[in-house]
Structures are given as C-alpha cells and as structure tokens.
Design a binder for this molecule. Structure first.
Ligand code: NI
Length: 183
C-alpha cells in the first residue's frame, strides 16, 4: 500500500475557517483523484505498520477544505473488525434530521488538522439522516449512527469552517457529560 502524497492543512491555516461551496457536476478529474487519494491516505493511516513507517496519525475522515479545496466534499474510511473498510464519499451533504439523543467520543475526537493534545467532549447526535450527492451527482439519502454519525457531523462542520475544538466548552470541557451517552 502506497501513501498518497497529499498535504493536510493545519488548524492555523485560515482556509479551514471558510465555508466551502457546493461542488458542481461532473466532478473534475482532479477532484476524483483527490477523493481517491484521501481515501487511500485514511486507509494507510489505519494500518499500524505503514502508520509507523511514515509517521502517520490515524484518521477516519477528511474534508476537501483540509486539502485546500473549498468544495463541499468529504470522505470517510473506517476499518471494520474484519479489516475491511466502511467507505463513504459524500458530496453536498444536508442533514435532514437528527436524533435527540446525544453521544460523545469518550477518548475525545481527533482531527488530522489539529496537531496538539485536546481534552473535553463534543456533543453529537447519535443518529442523523443525510441527503447528499454521490460521485456522479446522483441524489441519495443515508442514515448513519454512532461513530459514523459522529464522523459525518465532524466532517460537515469542516465544510462550514468549524473545528471540533470549537465545540468544547473552554471553561467546562466535560459540561453536561451525564446527559449524553459515551461511545
Ligand atoms: Ni477533522
């Protein structure tokens, strides 16, 4: 497995604070290549041997803005227990509905653009319904839950210029913890 040569912007870069624009179809070949590279990068980052060799931090999602492109596109690649990957290519997403139930990642969320230790919890909806376009521009709907729901909300925030650290209460990083379910 080769590690694609992509450059991920650090949170200090102001571009990460911009709101991305809807992608138009057909996607350019550059966009398609970047989607493929981003997925392969995420997969490589979750392979212990490769991650150690190339000093990669494990990640399961990347938004185009993190690669310097202000288009509403993100990808997810998450390793299953059987070492296969759950993959999503999501373009122009809209959250149509969200569960009342809130969850948070117990060990804390991470982001390939945030290269420092963080603490605190980020409240997320346990389940969301998302309308989006696939790589060919076809409209689709998906219902995601638990860690994938968190990942989708994290990436959709990126498309709106928001980082997960923005959502942690600075004075009380574990605020309302008891009113949410830890995953
Ligand atoms: Ni992120």
């Amino acid at each position: 497995m080769e590690v694609p040569d992509i450059k991920i912007l650090d949170e200090k870069n102001k571009l990460l604070r911009k709101v991305s624009k809807d992608a138009t179809f057909p996607l350019t070949n550059e966009d398609k290549k970047l989607i493929e590279d981003a997925i392969n990068y995420l997969k490589a980052s979750q392979d212990d041997e490769i991650a150690e060799k190339y000093c990669l931090r494990a990640g399961m999602g990347l938004a185009f803005v993190q690669l310097g492109i202000l288009k509403r596109i993100f990808v997810i690649a998450n390793k299953n227990d059987d070492d296969t990957f759950e993959e999503h290519i999501i373009i122009n997403p809209i959250i149509k509905s969200a569960s009342e139930e809130l969850i948070y990642v117990g060990e804390g969320e991470g982001c390939l653009s945030v290269n420092r230790p963080t603490c605190g919890i980020v409240p997320r909806h346990a389940r969301i319904n998302v309308e989006y376009q696939d790589i060919n521009g076809k409209k689709k709907n998906i219902r995601v839950r638990e860690d994938i729901s968190v990942a989708f909300q994290h990436e959709i925030d990126h498309l709106n210029g928001i980082l997960f650290v923005d959502k942690i209460d600075k004075k009380d990083p574990y605020k309302n913890k008891n009113q949410m379910r830890e995953i």
